[in-house]
Every structure is written in structure tokens, then in C-alpha cells.
Design a protein around this ligand. Structure first.
Ligand SMILES: [Zn+2]
Length: 186
């Protein structure tokens, strides 16, 4: 068959689509926009972590820039690294929700006992943490600059607060207002 742009699009649209759950986390109204692309890349395991650079034959160091103790990979940076864990712990302490309910996409989407608005705000902070872990890793690698996790979490809270202020429209339930006031989000 002769290739035409129309045939190309027809072929693409006939491809079986794969339904993923994480799109609700990636494309969340209250996410800071610049963080969404990074979390999308993380879900696809497409960031150029050191293990991937090595697989491409590049002469790269192995050990994580943030903790200096384990080989760097997506799993290490975003699940195992002590820097990631410390940032997540600050979120846990702030929202009073166990880490087991915040640590992956499935558990985030299954968060119960809170409103849809609260869930989206918490997701925005988790997405922000992922973005900042990658940014801090790059600062360590490129500029040998180390940010403290407490400082990082404050920045995430400020960014998420600003995003919420410009994105939220409509009225808020009493439950949501109380929750937001408790966390100084509104
Ligand atoms: Zn590490």
C-alpha cells in the first residue's frame, strides 16, 4: 500500500490502545505543569538515569548522586533512595496519611477516607516530590549543589499552593475547607 499521511493516521488509530491507571496521577488539575512531563517520563522509565546511560555504552558513574550508596535507576531514585524517602516522610507527617497509601500510583488512586479534592492536592505534592528529586539529582550531578530535603519540601508546598490558588474554581465543601485550612492551603 502506498504510504500517505492519512494511511499513517489510520494505522495509528487502529493500534490497540493500552489503558493505564497512572494517567489520573499524571494529568491532575492541581499538578504544577512542569512536573507533569517528568512524572510522565518516570512512568515510562524514560529518564536518563545512570543505569540507562551505561546501557547505552556511556562512561557514567554508577552510584546515586543523592545518597552516594546505591546504583542509580528509576526504582532506586523514586522508591528506595533515602532522599526520596525523607521528602515523602515530610508529606506523611504533614497530611497524616500512612506512607503505604502514598508510595505508588495504585495506592494514591485508592486513597479512601478523604475527598476527591484532597486526593488531587496530595497527588500534586507527590508529583512535585518526584520532579524535585530528579531536579536535585541534576543539581548534584551538574553543579555539585546539594539541597536539603526540608528546603525542597517547602518549595513543593509553595508551588502546589500557588497552583491550587489559580486552578481551583467553584465552591468548597465544609469538609474540604476544614482540611485545606488545617494544612494552610486556603
Ligand atoms: Zn540514592
Amino acid at each position: 500500500m502506498e504510504y500517505t499521511i492519512a494511511n499513517g493516521y489510520n494505522w495509528l488509530t487502529e493500534m490497540p490502545s493500552i489503558k493505564v491507571q497512572w494517567y489520573k496521577v499524571v494529568w491532575n488539575k492541581y499538578n504544577v505543569p512542569r512536573c507533569e512531563f517528568i512524572i510522565w517520563l518516570i512512568q515510562h522509565k524514560r529518564l536518563l538515569t545512570l543505569d540507562r546511560l551505561k546501557m547505552r555504552g556511556m562512561d557514567a558513574p554508577e552510584v546515586c548522586f543523592l545518597c552516594g550508596s546505591e546504583p542509580e535507576s528509576h526504582i532506586h531514585l523514586f522508591q528506595e533512595c533515602c532522599f526520596m524517602k525523607r521528602c515523602m516522610q515530610l508529606l506523611v507527617d504533614w497530611v497524616h496519611i500512612p506512607i503505604t497509601k502514598l508510595q505508588n500510583v495504585t495506592s494514591l488512586l485508592k486513597l479512601r477516607g478523604i475527598s476527591a479534592l484532597s486526593r488531587k492536592i496530595i497527588i500534586a505534592h507527590v508529583v512535585g516530590i518526584h520532579y524535585w528529586v530528579w531536579r536535585c539529582r541534576n543539581l548534584c550531578r551538574m553543579e555539585h549543589f546539594v539541597m536539603q530535603h526540608v528546603q525542597v519540601f517547602q518549595l513543593i508546598k509553595q508551588e502546589c499552593y500557588r497552583r491550587f490558588q489559580v486552578s481551583f474554581a467553584g465552591s468548597m465543601s465544609i469538609q474540604d475547607r476544614n482540611w485545606c485550612q488545617m494544612l494552610s492551603i486556603c
